[in-house]
Design a protein around this ligand. Structure first.
Ligand code: ZN
Ligand code: ZN
Length: 315
């Protein structure tokens, strides 16, 4: 299975500002340490994209693409979905697209990209929307009210179908991909998905709060994440912010690390970054999470990374 991140911010898009660009440039020059680079070396330096040398995490809200057994699966339709649509046109021209969209919930940052998803305007595109939430058609239709957007949902040419999943159940796509869901604590509820295909497993878990939950509830989440190859995790807050923002519906990188280790996850991708944090703050959050792991779990093989726009992970 192959994952690509198209939007990784939470709550609201956070485009790069001039002052942030200047801070990034200064940070970059610091890393260059007065070395003289040839043009080619400079190009290499600028294009390297390991988690700690990231140039830009990206400001689009949640949208993740998963390719499994030739099926196109999309988790959430945040503003990153616009870029994914453009890419699908380029990658798969003239192809009839059969797209499966799994929604964690319908807060704006998880649906606002859909009106700008180019393939949705083509009759050659078939989109199936899945969610344990009720009335997904009505919820999306409300976003296309003419007072808010000029094109109505039923005027978008793609074929649309809506499947309401049983909460905490399992669903099968094309007899080759199993998708389980579990309800999470979040205002209005949010659902996490676990996908199993070709002997591998990926968990998409966002907009989920764990504060003040009883131990057996935490255990049920740990069981759901157990031994997954990749866990995409809501790490919007620092541990301090998580303690301050009770009932805001989000989690932290350190809690993600703890539960990933407890669940024997292989790779943890920190996701749904706080729009109030600049990229360097988010990178520092990753660095402190890795330090914590090295100190308390030095022999644990868990790999921790930041989800950023354009990152691809194959499991
Ligand atoms: Zn969100
Ligand atoms: Zn939300």
């Amino acid at each position: 299975m192959k994952i690509k991140f198209w939007g990784v911010r939470g709550s609201i898009p956070a485009p790069l500002q001039q002052s942030q660009l200047v801070t990034k440039m200064i940070h970059l020059f610091d890393k260059m340490e007065d070395k003289l680079f040839s043009k080619a070396e400079l190009k290499d330096f600028l294009t390297q994209s390991s988690s700690t040398n990231l140039f830009c995490i990206g400001g689009n809200t949640s949208c993740v693409e998963l390719l499994a057994n030739e099926s196109i699966i999309i988790f959430d339709m945040g503003s990153g979905m616009r870029l994914l649509g453009n890419d699908l046109f380029k990658r798969l021209p003239n192809r009839i697209l059969d797209i499966h969209v799994f929604l964690s919930h319908t807060h704006w940052d998880h649906i606002q990209g859909f009106p700008f998803f180019g393939p949705a305007y083509s009759p050659n595109t078939k989109i199936t929307f899945y969610s344990p939430h009720d009335n997904i058609y009505e919820r999306l239709n409300a976003q296309h009210d003419p007072r808010f957007f000029p094109v109505k949902l039923n005027e978008m040419a793609c074929q649309k179908s809506f499947i309401q999943l049983e909460p905490n159940s399992s669903f099968n796509i094309n007899n080759s991909i199993v998708v389980q869901n579990i309800e999470h604590h979040h205002p209005g509820k949010s659902y996490t998905y676990r996908i199993e295909s070709e002997g591998k497993s990926i968990v998409y878990s966002t907009d989920a709060e764990y504060t003040n939950l009883p131990d057996d509830k935490i255990q049920s989440y740990s069981d759901f994440f157990a031994e997954s190859d990749l866990l995409i995790f809501d790490a919007q807050y620092s541990l301090y912010e998580e303690a301050q923002k009770i009932d805001w519906g989000h989690s932290s990188a350190l809690f993600g690390l703890d539960i990933a280790i407890k669940s024997k996850v292989k790779k943890l991708a920190l996701f749904h970054h706080d729009p109030a944090k600049e990229d360097l703050e988010i990178i520092k959050l990753l660095e402190s999470t890795i330090k914590y792991k090295e100190h308390y779990f030095p022999n644990n093989p868990l790999d921790v990374c930041l989800a950023y726009e354009g990152l691809e992970i194959e499991v």
